[in-house]
Design a protein around this ligand. Structure first.
Ligand SMILES: NC(=O)c1ccc[n+]([C@@H]2O[C@H](COP(=O)([O-])OP(=O)(O)OC[C@H]3O[C@@H](n4cnc5c(N)ncnc54)[C@H](O)[C@@H]3O)[C@@H](O)[C@H]2O)c1
Length: 322
């Protein structure tokens, strides 16, 4: 069974939310080198401030789409494993749909080309539950049809098809993980690409009001980021995951109204909510069937939503100025 210990590992998007926690997790597990490649579209230096202290961490401010750049980094750093975490957040679909789609496809294309010619050995590719679109049945297993509702999600689904087909035709060493909604410290809280939990915490801390789009009864399956990191590492370490798509979720869905109520309760906020029209093409329901992750990765999320949301909001409370 392979192990991340003593491996030279590259993380695309390693200065982002999940990628930075993954870099920390790989360093903790004894990787000999963790190479972060991030173009800082949304990545932040503060996300990798702990990793930067570590002698085994290397940062490249570069674009993971570029074959030549990635090839020279991988050869110089003698990379064996790549975790593909780079993307541009879903909401970018509403401003620049073409790039929101293409970034997912182009990075996957570059990584597959480099894997094909043997520049590195193993690709752990990250998909998204958004590739499924709204639940046609629930919980959603990996055989659920993909019916993306945004260019971001279409780019994810297209990249998954490409990655999976390369596994089938060339027998390359590839696993695909499909996380549901992640939450935890370091998620983007600013501007139009912000995620709902940090954006709401910031609004309340800065004297604003929570904002809900549509009726708020849309549901999501939230998984704590450190659980996702454990599962990503297991996806590399378990050979049985090769050629598979594996959901990473909690198996429980929560409505956005219920989520916002819990955030309000934490901050003791009793004021009004701002109501905006439903976003066009917002997915209505997402809830993971996690059987495959249990069977193949022996993975069960350890952090309950109650504990995870408290830890997350504690972190944002201390991070945002009131
Ligand atoms: N956050 C979630 O809830 C969630 C859910 C399902 C799947 N995912 C997937 O997990 C992965 C990580 O998501 P995240 O939430 O950490 O996103 P994020 O936006 O916080 O991180 C993505 C990182 O990729 C970087 N990036 C973008 N384009 C790049 C490029 N061309 N070259 C190099 N770096 C580039 C960004 O600067 C950013 O640091 C993504 O593949 C995403 O689709 C996330």
């Amino acid at each position: 069974m392979p192990s991340v210990k003593n491996k030279n590992i590259l993380v695309t998007g390693g200065a982002g939310f999940i990628g930075s926690h993954l870099c920390d997790g790989l360093l903790e597990k004894g990787a000999s080198k963790v190479v972060c490649v991030d173009n800082f579209f949304l990545g932040k230096m503060e996300n990798i401030s702990e990793a930067l202290e570590h002698e085994n961490f290397v940062l490249y401010k570069d674009d993971a789409r570029h074959f030549g750049v990635m090839q020279s980094i991988m050869e110089k750093e003698e990379i064996e494993v790549v975790f593909n975490m780079a993307t541009i957040a879903l909401n970018y679909s509403f401003f620049n749909p073409f790039d929101a789609y293409m970034v997912n496809v182009e990075i996957a294309n570059t990584l597959l080309e480099l894997l094909k010619v043997g520049v590195y050995k193993t690709l752990i590719h990250t998909s998204s539950s958004e590739a499924y679109g709204t639940a046609q049945y629930s919980p959603m297993d990996e055989n659920h049809p993909t019916d993306p509702t945004t260019p971001y999600a279409a780019g994810k689904a297209a990249a998954d098809l490409m990655v999976h087909s390369f596994y089938k035709v060339l027998g390359l060493d590839i696993s695909i993980v499909r996380p549901f909604n992640n939450y935890g410290p370091r998620q983007n809280s600013e501007g139009s690409l912000a995620a709902i939990i940090p954006a709401t915490a910031r609004r309340i801390k800065e004297g604003g009001m929570p904002m809900v789009e549509g009726d708020g009864e849309q549901t999501r399956d939230f998984i704590f980021v450190k659980d996702t990191v454990k599962a990503l590492i297991l996806a590399y370490e378990k050979d049985e995951s090769r050629g598979k798509i594996i959901n990473l979720g909690s198996g429980k869905d929560i409505s956005i109204n219920s989520l916002l109520r819990q955030i309000c309760e934490y901050f003791d906020y009793k004021g009004e909510w701002e109501h905006r029209p439903a976003r066009t093409s917002d997915v209505r329901n997402l809830c993971a069937d996690s059987k495959r992750a249990r069977e193949i990765l022996s993975f069960i999320p350890e952090v309950s939503f109650e504990d995870g949301i408290r830890m997350t909001l504690d972190w944002y409370k201390n991070t945002f100025k009131g």
